[in-house]
Design a binder for this molecule. Structure first.
Ligand SMILES: O=P(O)(O)OC[C@H]1O[C@H](OP(=O)(O)OP(=O)(O)O)[C@H](O)[C@@H]1O
Ligand SMILES: Nc1ncnc2[nH]cnc12
Length: 185
């Protein structure tokens, strides 16, 4: 994937502003904080345009965009509003009303349960799933399973940041795209 000059500048601006917090939330984890970057309104605007351009160009025919709790929601609603398609949340357990599908998953620093409302995706609908960061891939793997349980088709997983050395993409059976990669964490 190649970006035009303006999107490349947006990408570099975002990358330069990502916060780094060693030993959070546990010793040995170098936490990448996208919210640090979003303190700057110019970075918010740049990120919005970068992500929208990418999804509109590469996934023009999706029916919905699925965001992961919690930082994936920052991006899923933006995309859905711009493309006039559905916005579907996958949330940590106990937060969603109605009938839900559930999957337990492993994280870089623990385990959790993800849920999606069973009727939020219609069988045959095409989606992309978006989140802020890919580490072990546990979250996105569980999300892919949940959407398949509902009968949806996952066209791709999209993340803003990817921790390449963990190689979480090996756990994902759909195409994965990341805007920014870190080689050595
Ligand atoms: O690739 P993985 O190893 O699954 O890790 C990535 C996930 O970890 C972080 O979320 P976290 O679970 O900390 O939840 P939060 O967004 O509620 O802070 C991050 O926002 C991703 O969702
Ligand atoms: N290193 C990290 N930084 C931010 N979010 C994460 N989720 C899992 N690992 C993470």
């Amino acid at each position: 994937m190649s970006f035009d000059q303006i999107d490349l500048e947006r990408l570099n601006l975002l990358k330069s502003k990502i916060g780094e917090y060693p030993d959070f939330p546990k010793k040995g984890i170098n936490f990448k904080d996208i919210f640090t970057a979003f303190r700057d309104g110019k970075v918010c605007a740049a990120t919005k345009n970068l992500v929208l351009n990418y999804v509109k160009k590469n996934h023009p025919n999706i029916d919905a965009v699925v965001g992961l709790d919690a930082r994936g929601f920052l991006f899923s609603f933006l995309i859905a509003a711009e493309m006039e398609i559905g916005c579907v949340p996958i949330r940590k357990k106990g937060k969603l009303p109605g009938k839900t599908e559930k999957v337990e998953y492993n994280l870089e620093y623990g385990t959790d349960i993800f849920e999606v409302q069973s009727d939020s995706i219609k069988p045959g609908q095409k989606v992309v799933i978006i989140d802020d960061l890919l580490a072990t891939g546990g979250s996105l793997k569980a999300a892919n399973e949940l959407i398949k349980k509902c009968g949806g088709i996952v066209e791709a997983n999209i993340v803003i940041l990817e921790l390449r050395s963990i190689n979480g993409r090996k756990n994902l059976d759909v195409p994965v795209f990341s805007f920014i990669q870190y080689a050595d964490e």
